[in-house]
Design a binder for this molecule. Structure first.
Ligand SMILES: [Zn+2]
Ligand SMILES: [Zn+2]
Length: 261
């Protein structure tokens, strides 16, 4: 795709949440990307995300796109509350919702279950897009591309490209050859690292992510979705693993942490 050349090009990345499903100290993993030229994009919206999202974003029309990596509750059960509050705030602008096959049916069902009459009341349009793996599509001036990770439910990793910077977000799951190809050379690699080492099938690990980061030749690595017990009790082991990555390239973002690319 052709990227607009006259647009200002920088991205602000806000870690709305960095936790796993059951963590009471860290909200579910969710990333807000504010692109100076191409709008605002929220990656995943689990149970606890809307409360933290609205702590960072106050205007109803601020959000352009919502990405859902897969259909586990800690990644999409916050959608009804997000849509409800945007309705209450008087949103008018269409909201793009992007994900895998069945995204429209899954979201509609979830919203109807949570708030039976909400869908009929919305004064803004929901525009659903399916992003088939390895296809490139253009939404809101960004290039979107996905690949299957290795998780207990089908989960798409995402690569967003604004023509200057490339961001990779794994959703849940262990790397695959397809996600490795997608992540190649990215400026920021955000990866799920549930364990210290690859002990649980279908989940990433800190050690595995460091290897993946090296293989992808990415510039920075943000580790999210850590198991709550490991985050609390294994600080020394985590520190030792991270110390093998030079120049502070690898970090564990805190809730609400912001970086600029
Ligand atoms: Zn999951
Ligand atoms: Zn998860």
């Amino acid at each position: 795709m052709e990227f607009a050349k006259d647009r200002v090009r920088y991205m602000e990345i806000i870690f709305i949440g960095v936790g796993e499903a059951c963590d009471s100290n860290y909200p579910n993993t969710s990333i807000l990307i504010k692109d100076a030229g191409c709008g605002n994009h929220l990656l995943d919206c689990g149970f606890s995300v809307p409360h933290y999202y609205f702590g960072q974003c106050f205007a109803p029309d601020e959000l352009d796109t919502l990405w859902i990596s897969h259909f586990h509750g800690d990644h999409f059960f916050g959608v009804p509350l997000l849509l409800l509050r945007l309705w209450e705030m008087g949103r008018k602008k269409p909201l793009h919702i992007v994900g895998q096959e069945n995204i429209a049916a899954k979201i509609s069902k979830t919203v109807n279950l949570a708030y039976g009459n909400l869908a009929g009341k919305l004064q803004y349009e929901l525009k659903f897009h399916v992003l088939p793996p390895n296809e490139k599509i253009n939404i809101a001036g960004l290039q979107w591309q996905s690949a299957w990770g290795n998780h207990s439910r089908p989960c798409l990793a995402l690569c967003l490209n604004n023509g200057r910077k490339k961001i990779f977000y794994s959703g849940d799951g262990r790397p695959t050859p397809e996600t490795a190809a997608l992540a190649g050379g990215c400026d920021l690699l955000i990866h799920e690292a549930f364990m210290l080492t690859d002990d649980i099938p279908g989940h990433g690990s800190i050690q595995g992510c460091i290897n993946f980061f090296r293989q992808a030749e990415a510039k920075r690595l943000a580790l999210v979705h850590l198991n709550r017990e490991i985050r609390l009790r294994e600080k020394k082991s985590i520190h030792t693993l991270l110390s093998h990555v030079p120049d502070q390239a690898c970090f564990l973002p805190e809730t609400g942490e912001k970086i600029i690319l």
